[in-house]
Design a protein around this ligand. Structure first.
Ligand code: NDP
Length: 243
C-alpha cells in the first residue's frame, strides 16, 4: 500500500483498451494514481500521457510471472505499492468446443484465470500492507453458460469461485469485488476467429452493448465506498440483454 499521505494507487491489467482503459480514466478522475499494465505498451504510454504524471505505463503479459514481478517492483518503487488491483486482462475467443479451438481454450484459461491468479499472488503483499481492494472482472458468463462459450464461461465461473474463496480468506483486510458485465462495446469481439460465431456476436453487440465507461463508473463507485462495506458482486447487463 502507498504512503498514507499520498493518493491511493491502482494497478489495472489490460489497461490498453476497453474496460481497463476506461477504468484507468475513471479512477484517475477520482484521484487515484494508476499503473497501466498490458502488452501493447504504445497504447499504455499514450493513455499515461493523457492522464498525466500520476500514471505509469508498464509492459506486462499476465501469463508471464517474471514480467509481473518486475511490474510489482516498479509499482513499489514509483507508487509506493498498490492499494487496488483490477484483474481485467482477458480474451473471449468464442467457438464450439473441440480440437480446432484447443489452443484458444487454453489461452483463455491462461490469460483470464491463471493470469488473474498470478497477478493477485504477485501483488498480494502490497495489497495486504495496510488493506486494499481486489477487483476481479468476471462476466455474465461467470453466472450463465450457453453453447459456444464453454471455455470462456469456465474461466469466468472459475474466477467467481476463486473470488468467493478469497472473499472469505482476505476480508476484512482486503475487500474482494467481482464485476460481472454483460455485453460491452470494446475490442473483445475483434479477436474471435470462428467466422459465424464472430459475426453473430458482433451483431448481438451492435444491437445493445453498453460502453466501457458505464462499467468503469461502477468499478470506481465500488472502490470508493467506505471501507466498512464491500460490494462483493455486481452483475450489470445492458437493459436490453435477455440472458
Ligand atoms: P478489450 O479487448 O478491449 O481489452 C482486453 C485487455 O486485455 C486489453 O487491454 C489487452 O491488452 C489485455 N490483454 C489480453 N491478453 C493479455 C495478456 N496476456 N496480458 C496482459 N494483458 C492482456 O476487451 P474488454 O475491455 O471488453 O475486456 C476486459 C475484461 O472485461 C476481460 O476480462 C473480459 O472478459 C471482461 N468482460 C468484457 C465484456 C464485454 O462484453 N466487452 C463483458 C464481460 C466481461 P494487450 O492486448 O495490449 O495486452
Amino acid at each position: 500500500m502507498s504512503d498514507l499521505d499520498s493518493p491511493p494507487a491502482a494497478v489495472i491489467t489490460g489497461a490498453s483498451s476497453g474496460i481497463g482503459a476506461a477504468t484507468a480514466r475513471a479512477l484517475s478522475s477520482h484521484g487515484y494514481r494508476v499503473a497501466l499494465l498490458a502488452r501493447r505498451v504504445d497504447r499504455l504510454q499514450q493513455l499515461a500521457a493523457e492522464l498525466g504524471d500520476t500514471a505509469v505505463a508498464i509492459a506486462a503479459d499476465v501469463t508471464d510471472r517474471d514480467a509481473l514481478l518486475v511490474a510489482a517492483d516498479q509499482v513499489q518503487q514509483q507508487l509506493g505499492g498498490a492499494d487496488v488491483l483490477v484483474n481485467n486482462a482477458g480474451v473471449m475467443l468464442l467457438g464450439p468446443f473441440g480440437t480446432e479451438q484447443r489452443a484458444e481454450a487454453r489461452r483463455m484459461v491462461e490469460v483470464n484465470l491463471l493470469g488473474a491468479m498470478t497477478a493477485t499472488e504477485v501483488f498480494l503483499p502490497q495489497l495486504r500492507d495496510g488493506g486494499g481492494d481486489l477487483v476481479n472482472i468476471s462476466s455474465v458468463a461467470g453466472r450463465t453458460a450457453r453453447a459456444g462459450n464453454a471455455a470462456y464461461a469456465a474461466t469466468k465461473w472459475g474466477m467467481n469461485g476463486w473470488s468467493e474463496a478469497l472473499r472469505q480468506e482476505l476480508q476484512p483486510d482486503i475487500r474482494v469485488i467481482v464485476i460481472e458485465p454483460g455485453a460491452v462495446a470494446t475490442e473483445l469481439t475483434d479477436h474471435i476467429t470462428h467466422p459465424s460465431v464472430k459475426q453473430n456476436t458482433e451483431q448481438f453487440y451492435a444491437q445493445l452493448a453498453i460502453t466501457a465507461e458505464d462499467v468503469a463508473d461502477v468499478i470506481a463507485f465500488a472502490v470508493t465506498r467506505p471501507r466498512r462495506m464491500t460490494l462483493n458482486e455486481i452483475l450489470l447487463r445492458p437493459t436490453a440483454q435477455p440472458g
